[in-house]
Design a protein around this ligand. Structure first.
Ligand SMILES: [Mg+2]
Length: 405
């Protein structure tokens, strides 16, 4: 599978947690493992939210009426959904996804698309990213599994993540897309619900290959211009949608676990400077500014602390991010413990085009100077050999920086 790592066409991942709600309940109460677990209310009006794989063997699935689930699986063990707990784990999982790319589009609490085109070189390829996503999700959640699909587009990535569930990793070979699609039932095409499925069956189209055989005109005639064309494209493995990552709600962050716990001092300071540079660069690449800066600290004994601060003016430069996070850190009582993990995050993101108000005490000349330096640095990352350029200082108000290559 690793030879796919050199294939630049694989630029989407769909990641989907396995039986998410049930898996979280088992994580919190391991005595539930192996049992036919049903998440939902078993009352007469109840609906199944999630069923463990053991319960699925009885024919129980999500969205099924609880009454029917009780009938099919009388030995089922029921648990009420705990939304806030699922949200908590969901946040961890989404944070893992964001370690690999800023292009994360959540579809629900437990699944998301990842646009990885910009991350291929950094991580070594799509399959490597997919493997590491799975490992990191397991690590960060304490053992939950996620199935991932790797493909040239969103439709195929979503299709693929489902093929080897649970705990699966499926790569769609870009040269064998049609072979993969043709034998599948039409219901596997995105957007084919019960009604469309019925309409397709009515004209004798049951498999994807039947749609291709029917021709575009017939599809349009029976389904209408838009849906007909849409299904025709999907049947050929074509889908040109991009990632919409809902920037407003998102944050850009970076964090690192150190190989040894470290004490506050030069090494911590170095990390924070580098982290501020990195986050600021992502902000500029996405033409965003951050209103809030977050610091995450985990100590040797796994005590985790999160602190945040609102900036006097939205920023996309490393200086203000670094200053804020440094002062947040100095306010934390580490109780003599070493630092195991540090993270710097930016939140409350606003587009660069939004009107900007300078803070009362802003050094306007200094911040304009810093923006110029940042632009030069960003440009240097795009030319060969230019990536060696580094910022000479991050703290505004010192003499001219030494950025000349
Ligand atoms: Mg799922």
């Amino acid at each position: 599978m690793d030879h796919f790592d050199s294939d630049p066409r694989l630029i989407f991942i769909h990641a989907d947690m396995d039986a998410f709600f049930a898996a979280v309940e088992i994580l919190d109460d391991p005595s539930l493992a192996g049992k036919p677990l049903i998440i939902g209310h078993p009352g007469p009006r109840g609906v199944v939210a999630t069923a463990s794989y053991e319960a699925r063997q009885f024919g129980v699935h999500s969205a099924m009426a609880s009454v029917e689930a009780l009938r099919r699986c009388p030995t089922g063990v029921w648990r009420s959904p705990r939304g806030s707990r699922y949200q908590e784990i969901s946040r961890l999982v989404m944070q893992v996804f964001e370690e690999f790319t800023p292009e994360v589009e959540p579809l629900s609490l437990d699944e998301a698309f990842l646009g990885i085109e910009g991350s291929l070189r950094l991580f070594g390829g799509a399959v490597t990213i997919a493997r590491e996503v799975r490992t990191r999700v397991k690590q960060c959640t304490g053992g939950l599994t996620v199935s991932v699909g790797v493909a040239p587009n969103k439709f195929l990535a979503k299709l693929a993540s489902d093929l080897e569930k649970p705990d699966g990793l499926t790569v769609v070979d870009p040269d064998r897309i049609q072979q993969l699609l043709d034998p599948l039932p039409v219901e596997r095409l995105w957007g084919v619900g019960p009604r469309t499925s019925e309409a397709l069956h009515h004209i004798g189209l049951k498999k994807v290959r039947d749609i291709r055989g029917a021709g575009l005109d017939l599809m349009v005639k029976h389904l209408g211009e838009g849906p007909g064309q849409h299904l025709w494209n999907l049947a050929h493995g074509e889908d040109d949608r991009t990632i919409s990552s809902g920037r407003d709600a998102r944050s850009i962050s970076t964090e690192s676990t150190f190989s040894n716990d470290i004490q506050p001092g030069r090494k911590v300071d170095e990390f924070l400077r580098k982290a501020a540079e990195e986050v600021a660069r992502s902000l500029r690449q996405q033409r965003l500014r951050a209103r809030t800066v977050r610091l995450k600290v985990r100590t040797g004994s796994f005590r985790t602390m999160n602190r945040s601060r609102t900036l006097s003016a939205p920023a996309q430069e490393p200086g203000p991010l670094y200053e804020a996070v440094k002062s947040l850190l100095s306010d934390i009582d580490l109780d003599g413990e070493g630092i195991r993990l540090l993270g710097l995050g930016s939140g409350n993101l606003v587009p660069v085009s939004a009107p900007r108000q300078h803070g009362l005490f802003d050094d306007a000349a200094g911040s304009i100077r810093e923006e110029t330096v940042s632009r030069l640095l960003d440009e240097s990352h795009r030319v060969p050999g230019g990536a060696d350029l580094k910022r000479g200082r991050l703290i505004p108000g010192r003499p001219e920086p030494e950025e000349t290559p």
